[in-house]
Ligand binder design. Sequence first.
Ligand SMILES: Cc1ncc(COP(=O)(O)O)c(C=O)c1O
Length: 418
Amino acid sequence: MQRRHLLSAVSAASLFGITGANAAKLALDTRPLPEDKLAERNPEAYWKKIREEQFFLPNWRAFLNNGSLGVAPRPVVRAVAGYLEQSAGLTMDYYPRWGYEAMEEQRQELARFYGCKKEEIAFMHNATEALCTIAAGIDLKAGDEVLLTDQEHPSGRGCWQIRQARHGISLREVKIPLPPKSAGQLTDLLIGAIGPRTRVLSFSGILSPTGLVMPIREICDAARAKGVITVLDGAHMHGQIAFRTSELGCDYMAGSPHKWAFAPAGCGLLYIREENLEKLWPSIASGSWNNEDLKAARFMNVGTNNRAIFEGMMAGLKFLEQLGPERVYARIHEQARYFFKKSQECPHVDLLTPGNDAMFGSLVTVKFKSPKVDKLQELLKKKRIWTTGGQQVRLSSHVHTRKSDIDLYFETVKEALG
Ligand SMILES: Cc1ncc(COP(=O)(O)O)c(C=O)c1O
C-alpha cells in the first residue's frame, strides 16, 4: 500500500473509533473515500472506486437484494472487529457490552442524524424487535382494533397477531392497489378505513413487497386528528430515503439500519414520540424497567449484549454521512429508475412499482407473467446474481450496485425465458 494511503487509512481508522496498535493493522484494509471532485467530474469512476475500495464484494457477485439485508462496508467491519479485539484485551475503561447502559453519546448522534430527540430513540437489534416492543407495550383491550395494510411484512403482522391470539384485539387489513394511482388515494384508503373501534394504525413507510413509498406525514396527521395511534414500520427507511423522524408525525417507529444505512446485521432502532415515553410498557425487563428518567433507554435494559455491532452501526452512519445522504439517494434512485426502464422493456414482467418518482426510492418490484421461473432461478444462481426469489421479484440497488449488474439480470431473464 502506498504511504499516502496508509497514513490516511490510519486516520480513517481512528475516525471510526479504532485506536492504538489496532489502527495500523486495520488500516491495511481501509482506504479513504475518493475525493468529492471525482464524484462531480466522473460519477461512474467514483462509484466504481467506492465498490472496489470500500466493500469486500468480489467482482463476480451481482447483489440485487439489499432490501433483505445490506452489505457492511470495510470501515464498518473493521469497527466491529476492532471493538471485539479491544474488548478481548480489556483495554478500555468500561465494560465492553451493552444491555444495561443508556449509550447517551451514541443515541445523541442517532437523534441528530435521524431528526428526533435523544430521549426518543433506543437501540434495538432489528425492526422486528422494535415492532414487537411497540405492539406488546401499547395498552389495548379485547375488541380494540388495529388497522394494517395487506402489504405488511410478516414482522409487521406477527407482532399484532400475537395480541389478537392472547388478548382478543381485532385486526383488519386495508388492500393497497398495485400500483396505486396516487399518494392521495393511499391516504384516503387508510384513513377512510378507520372505524369506531380503531385504536392503532400500523403501516410500513416503504412497503416491503414492492418498495412503494407511502405518504407518511399525511396518513399520520389524519390518523392523529381522529385520535388513532400510528405505528410506522420504517425497516426500509433509514439510509434509503432522507427524513426527519419528528416531521413524520408518527407515534412510534421501528427501523433496521442494517438494510440501507450500512450497519452490520443485528442493528435496529426504536423511536417513541416524547408524549408516549411513559405510556409504553417494556416487554423485556431488568432492574431499570420502571426508571422513566431513562426515557427511551428504558427499552434497552435487556441484559448483556454484543456492543461491537453498535460500534459498527455508528461507523456505518459516519460512512453514510461522508458519502453524503443526498449523493447516495441520487445514485440509488437513478439505478432504480434504470431497473424501472429495463422492466418496462422486458416482455416477461409486469411492474408493480408506480412510475411516479416520489413513490419509490431504491426498490422496484416486478411480477413475472408466467409462474414458471425455475429455469431463471437456476440460471441466476449459476451466474451468482442475488435477488428475492419466486414469481414476484424485488430488485434493490445500493451504492455498490453496478449498471452492468442490472444489465446482467435482464440478459439472464432473456436467456432463461426467451
Ligand atoms: C417492512 C419490513 N418490516 C420489517 C422487516 C423485518 O426486518 P428485520 O428482519 O430487520 O427485523 C422487514 C424485513 O425485510 C421489512 O421489509
